[in-house]
Design a protein around this ligand. Structure first.
Ligand code: MN
Length: 316
């Protein structure tokens, strides 16, 4: 998926706001329109917080009835310096990229695209498609050692899964409770899908910061009931998380990301200059490759004026 904001801001991000202690901070999601018919709730980045571990972008969409619409339609667009994670609870997404990958992603499968230095992809609802579409699009910032590497596409249809009382847990990415996802990671992180029916306790890595997204139903955490679309920042220092409710949840976490990054449109870099170069190269049809027969490629929006100075600190 693409950030289709027509006036994205240049965002400087660092780990200065990491809570070393357990926290309880509700993210305000905001509704963003993607293309003609798809609306998403953007939980990350938001004004208060830009990173959870290396997770730097969280869009939650649906469940939407797309039986009479085209569904998802995101034409070719570039990425650099990040991984995209596609995860569905309902429906299907057709992924194609400039490596020649051509895959249908289904519920419970991990679609993991590592952009590295440069990649282009396109995402559409297949024709025909199931009536409902419900999922998340997540980005992971790549650390310095990996961000200029080769692009790659992985699809994992069999992920580690365990049942712990009322919790059915699937390891999407990273490790939890002795289980590890086969998806390639470049920093210590975790992403798990949890189906909860009752009261349970999820083991956490205390050195990680975490956040919990409610994708359906409701859940009580620390005495507060969270509804659909809520995302709760939990800080670091928790060894477990007590959960009560009937809900589909996503837990995201990781080692606090200690590199200062710059996010703009679909790029993660380290300086504004680097972002400007990537934008020019995409506009010139260079570097990022192409996805044939996937519609007209997205044009990059204009850079905000006067924003090319590196450094700066994020608002927290
Ligand atoms: Mn994308």
């Amino acid at each position: 998926m693409s950030n289709l904001d027509t006036t994205p801001s240049l965002t400087h991000v660092g780990s200065s706001g990491v809570s070393a202690q357990p926290a309880h901070e509700l993210f305000a999601g905001r509704e963003v329109k993607l293309g003609e018919s798809t609306k998403v709730r953007r939980l990350l980045p938001n004004l208060g917080r830009r990173l959870v571990g290396a997770w730097c972008f969280v869009d939650h969409y649906g469940p939407d009835d797309i039986s009479t619409t085209g569904g998802m339609a995101v034409p070719p667009h570039p990425h650099m310096g990040l991984q995209t994670v596609s995860w569905l609870l309902e429906g299907e997404v057709h992924h194609r990229d400039s490596l020649g990958s051509d895959a249908i992603i289904r519920p419970g499968e991990l679609g993991l695209m590592t952009a590295g230095h440069a990649i282009t992809h396109a995402e559409y609802s297949p024709v025909p498609h199931p009536a409902l579409l419900h999922g998340v699009q997540l980005w992971v910032a790549l650390p310095e050692a990996a961000r200029n590497g080769s692009p790659a596409w992985e699809q994992h249809t069999a992920l580690p899964q365990f049942v712990d009382g009322p919790m059915d847990v699937t390891l999407m990415l990273g490790s939890l409770a002795g289980e590890t996802s086969p998806g390639t990671t470049h920093s210590d992180l975790v992403g798990v899908s949890v189906v909860l029916s009752g009261s349970g306790s999820l083991p956490l890595e205390p050195d990680f910061e975490h956040a919990l997204l409610v994708m359906s139903g409701s859940v009580e955490v620390d005495g507060e009931v969270l509804g659909v679309g809520s995302m709760l920042y939990l800080g670091c220092g928790r060894r477990d998380l007590a959960l009560t409710g009937n809900a589909q949840l996503m837990l995201l976490g990781g080692e606090p990301f200690d590199e200062q990054i710059v996010m703009w449109w679909n790029f993660v870099g380290r300086t504004g200059e680097e972002i400007a170069v990537a934008r020019e190269e995409w506009a010139a049809g260079q570097r990022f490759g192409a996805v044939p027969d996937a519609g007209a490629r997205l044009a990059a929006p204009p850079l905000p004026p006067g924003s090319l100075k590196p450094g700066g600190r994020t608002r927290r």
